[in-house]
Write a protein that binds this ligand. Structure first.
Ligand code: ADQ
Length: 712
């Protein structure tokens, strides 16, 4: 607002610049929180936002405390930067608000979505949005880019909401990271948390393919070069140098954040000046720090320590006419920033962790004179592309001090050689290339999904309880009802050990009552083998289809002969799986009549992935391998006789009981075969998450039981 007239000031940040062109030429919309502008009663503010195709997502001040300061910046940010000890202790309780705000973004996006649109979600504040969009818009092209590091799986596992967060991210078609190691960390964390197979460039999850890509963000190189070449910039840079006397100018430019390594950087300067007293009057270190996230406690603490350190260094190493460190708490316009970059003999970029770090790239882009030395932390994503810098471990204070000394003394020809190499790489991978690369891959990932055969379009299953109840009421009005039920995860919750998932008295009564209603026929369709199912439920007048329908029993208790036999492949497959399990801690093998399964939920994901690759190769060489098929389940690889699945049983039961209303419930991939085989008007129910062919969705087995009771 200036003189009462609202103005929109374009952000100079790399992201905003990168997306300006696709935004303007492609008719895009920005969705975001516009800060205080939202509270302005001035209608012109809205007009202005509208004109620039910005959609404001409202977030109240109270929500901002919980969503942004607490959960996002007090809990996620430190975790993603390996600073678990800095996490706000009780921020986990603000996850509800994080979810609410994420859902608001998803709702507003879904409202404005048009067929063919591409949605690109950015950063750790919005990690649930891709999954929420997938539920609302099953066929939308959704990409997600993480601007910060993705930490090692053992650190990520600390997050109480890890599963919901990973599921949220996996709603995307393409997930982008700055470096190959972040991508790798993510793939392993996802494999670990969800018990899915680890992959490097893609993960398969709930029948979908999620691509994982590496896109190191760049900067608007041309803009920095242009500013750097202006006469005024050179003149001002000279002024800074003159003011510094004959001293070497060292520079640090950071947000005031504990991940940026400011404290250790200052300690390194302190160490250097202590050891090399001759340097005391020969360096001038300018540290620019923009205050940020001041409501988060850890940031106030940081400011205090930084002040103390600077005071100590200047008190110990200063002279009556010179203080070695000059600390400025402020943000400066980009032209001044470039001037400083041009003036700095040595640029210190030493974060303890940083997704990328754009300052390193901005410094290099501004050095059109091919001079200057960059000291760069190996824990900044930028180090993956900028090996010609003096790369240091920021935790090793002596090493940083040495590198700084080396930078100060470096010969001009070495400086120029290193800088030229850095400049050409930064110029090549600028921000336009970053955005273009991501969007091209996203289009490819999403069209691969559209092209893959899908028997019936997936729909967003309806979780409105009253609509399920109405559908059941209609079913009740029929004279005959066919009820098909999965067992584990549908009628009972998962147990630690399969043998512990025995039916409770309430369930036994419910099934008996259902089966005794005239016109009802109840069948259990399960992957379990005959003995356990028979011992638990054999006394009830219900049908039992075990091993996914290989062996069935009529409600009257008549077992039919198996639909298929094990074949010559079975025995060697058991030997193969047992051999793999022996070499895979935590894995176990389950042998059934005509199938064998390798369970790896409790194994190391990377090891399991290697074993699965080996398993697939060796399965192909088994005798009569073509009679068997591989089924990828949740943390289980099963090899079974080809052509046996719940869908066959479901279809046979439906034709064998004509004119009946059909009700079916299940919770995993194998139940999708059931849903696919049933007529459109069947009341199909998916328990839990995941894309599904079912019409309705409920949360857990308690909901299923309640609905079955309603059927009585
Ligand atoms: P940030 O943590 O904000 O970004 P960074 O990449 O260094 O970190 O970007 C900071 C930006 O702010 C730079 O463009 C810099 O010029 C500017 N800036 C810093 N101090 C300034 C000052 N005093 N005055 C003016 N401008 C200043 C997050 C991740 C990074 C990742 C980016 C982009 O934490 O790792 O590189 O997103 O993906």
């Amino acid at each position: 607002m200036e003189h009462g007239e609202p103005r929109l000031i374009p952000s100079v940040g790399g992201l905003a610049t990168a997306l300006r062109t696709p935004h303007e030429s492609g008719g895009g919309l920005w969705f975001g929180w516009p800060g205080d502008a939202m509270r302005s009663p001035d209608p012109r503010v809205n007009e202005l936002l509208e004109r620039h195709r910005v959609r404001a997502v409202p977030v109240s001040a109270a929500e901002m405390d919980r969503y942004y300061d607490s959960y996002s910046n007090g809990l996620l940010w430190p975790l993603l930067h390996y600073k678990t000890e800095t996490q706000r202790l009780d921020a986990d309780r603000d996850f509800g608000t994080y979810r609410t705000v994420n859902a608001r973004f998803a709702d507003l996006l879904a409202n404005e979505y048009q067929d063919g649109d591409v949605i690109w979600v950015h950063d750790y504040h919005l990690m649930l949005v891709p999954g929420m969009l997938r539920e609302r818009l099953p066929t939308a092209k959704v990409g997600f880019f993480l601007h910060v590091p993705f930490p090692a799986a053992d650190i990520f596992r600390v997050l109480p909401q890890r599963e919901e967060v990973i599921r949220g991210l996996l709603g995307a078609d393409l997930l982008g990271f700055h470096t190959a190691s972040y991508r790798h960390n993510f793939a392993l964390a996802a494999a670990h948390v969800l018990g899915i197979e680890a992959g490097i460039e893609a993960l398969s999850f709930e029948d979908r393919h999620v691509s994982l890509g590496v896109y190191p963000i760049g900067i608007d190189v041309a803009a920095f070069e242009k500013l750097a070449r202006e006469d005024k910039t050179s003149e001002d840079a000279d002024k800074i140098r003159r003011a510094a006397g004959n001293r070497k100018v060292l520079l640090g430019v950071d947000r005031l954040d504990y991940t940026k390594g400011l404290r250790r950087r200052l300690l390194a300067i302190d160490r250097l000046l202590e050891r090399e007293q001759g340097l005391r009057d020969r360096i001038h270190f300018i540290q620019l720090a923009v205050p940020s996230r001041e409501k988060v406690e850890a940031y106030a603490d940081l400011r205090r320590t930084v002040n103390e350190l600077v005071g100590r260094i200047n008190a110990h190493h200063g002279t009556p006419t010179h203080s070695p460190v000059q600390l400025l708490y402020r943000s400066v316009p980009i032209s001044q920033l470039v001037t400083l970059y041009r003036a700095a003999d040595v640029m210190l970029v030493t974060p303890t962790r940083d997704g990328m770090n754009l300052v390193a790239k901005e410094y290099v882009a501004s050095r059109v004179d091919e001079d200057g030395v960059l000291v760069l932390s190996e824990f900044a994503g930028a180090a993956a592309e900028m090996q010609e810098a003096l790369v240091v471990n920021p935790y090793d204070i002596a090493e940083v001090a040495n590198a700084t000394k080396r930078a100060i003394a470096m010969a001009p020809n070495e400086r120029a050689a290193r800088m030229r190499a850095l400049r050409s790489r930064v110029a090549e991978n600028d921000v336009a290339r970053w955005a273009g690369g991501f969007l091209t891959d996203l289009a490819r990932a999403a069209s691969a999904r559209d092209a893959s055969p899908q028997p019936r379009p997936r729909r967003a299953a309806d979780s409105d309880a009253s609509r399920v109840e109405r559908a059941l009421e209609r079913a009740r009005a029929f004279e005959r009802r066919l009820i098909l039920l999965d067992y584990d995860g549908t009628l009972v919750p998962f147990a630690a050990v399969p043998e512990l998932a025995a039916p409770d008295a309430e369930l036994l009564d419910l099934l008996a009552e259902l089966a005794n209603v005239p016109g009802n026929e109840v069948h259990l369709l399960t992957g379990r083998s005959r003995p356990s199912v028979e011992s638990w439920l054999g006394h009830l007048p219900i049908g039992l289809a075990t091993e996914h329908g290989l062996l069935s029993r009529t409600p009257e208790g008549q077992w039919t002969s198996p639909r298929a036999r094990g074949g010559a492949w079975l025995e060697p497959a058991v030997t193969l799986f047992s051999d793999l399990a022996k070499r895979t801690p935590g894995a176990l093998v389950e042998v059934k009549t005509a199938s064998v399964a390798f369970h790896y939920r409790r194994s190391d994901p990377l090891l399991a992935a290697a074993r699965l690759r080996e398993a697939r190769e060796r399965i192909a060489t088994l005798p009569d391998a073509e009679d068997a098929e591989v089924l990828d389940g949740s943390a289980v690889l099963e090899l079974r006789a080809r052509g046996v699945h719940k869908g066959l049983v479901a279809a046979a039961l439906a034709t064998g009981y004509p004119g009946a209303a059909v009700f079916a419930a299940g919770d995993d991939r194998t139940d999708e075969d059931t849903f696919a085989a049933l007529p459109e008007d069947a009341v199909t129910l998916r328990v839990g998450r995941g894309s599904t062919l079912a019409r309705f969705r409920v949360f857990d087995s308690r909901d299923v039981r309640a609905l079955l009771r309603a059927l009585l």
